[in-house]
Design a protein around this ligand. Sequence first.
Ligand code: PLP
Length: 398
Amino acid sequence: MNYQFSDRLKNLEGNAIREIFKMLANPNIISFAGGFPTLQLLPTKEIDAIAHEILSSSQASAILQYGGTEGFYPLLESGLEYAKRTGLEGEIKNTLVISGGQQGIDLMFKAFLNKGDTILVENPTYLACLHILKTYECKAVGVNSDDDGLNLEDLECKIKLHNPKILYVVPNFSNPTGKTLPAEKRKAIAKLTAKYRVIVIEDDPYGEIRFAGERIPSIKSFDEDSNIVYITSFSKTISPGLRTGIAVADEKIIRKMTIGKQAVDVHTSNLSQAIIDKYLRKGLLEPHLKEIIPIYREKKEVMSAGIAKYMPSELKVTNPEGGLFIWGEFENGLNTSETFIEAVKEAETAYVCGTSFFASEDVHNTLRLNYSNATLEQIENGTKKLGDFFKKKISEMK
Ligand SMILES: Cc1ncc(COP(=O)(O)O)c(C=O)c1O
């Protein structure tokens, strides 16, 4: 049958990273694609015990029943406390449990955007944000990025030029670049967006995965006009499979997001919410972070050392203080989109082509490397194989 799909999805292809996964079925291939937490570090034993505790308690049938869209009350409390670690303020009425950070972005777009609207994003930005935006038939304009994130002059210039409703920003160890916004820039973003009445989506799934430097207060902690919406998720800190996150915003925004969420999934799984709540209340997060952060730090260091040792000097890379990604740019213009398939076949190592992360421009000399889901040995071997491969490609360019 010739299906008449909606205009919304007609021209939309699958998320580029999800497509790459199909190519990585061969177990010999080392993957620096994806953005998964290290599989072996997921806290299976603790979650097993907590799930058993919940389901063998008198609470069990309430957990298996429908719940409120806003969220499981104990998690609204403990999740808000978790978000407050970033210095923001808020009450339960400012809080919504979401089914992962990605749902938070979707609900915000649903609440604010009409077909044809423009939003601003950092260039490059989180690819799923661009993907979700397309499902609302809206447009993203990229704001230039400095070594420490958004360029404020370009931000103001693009706000004036495009009159956007929303600025989307990942403040800590951004996906894809690993960059972090310093406190002064966060303060300035809060001030500037309040002045021009732009809503900010501050998407912070990585803030707790910091392995160097000091914690920086959230943009929301500088909020002057209730225009900043803080979204976090437990995907990278506890488990992505539990699909649970928290949004903190003005009560009126939370109300609209809640109405949008009612139409999507009624509420986040009660069992997931109760598990995350107990995990937080039992104080299990701190020791878990203490366990995983040194491992991520070591993986990142081995990848940075492998890049320095094996990659061509034309590749300039970021040096993140946390998170899961290193971003690279070939100063000589090597086209990483063209070399991708060959890299997987010949070097048996996969990266993500940087072009997918740009709002509109065709930028083909960049790539994203993930270190969380490969072993130290794979990171060493993969950077060597990719380095040799890129050096060969560069010599062919000459
Ligand atoms: C910047 C950013 N935001 C949001 C998410 C979504 O995470 P989840 O929906 O699993 O919470 C991710 C996941 O990779 C991300 O990198």
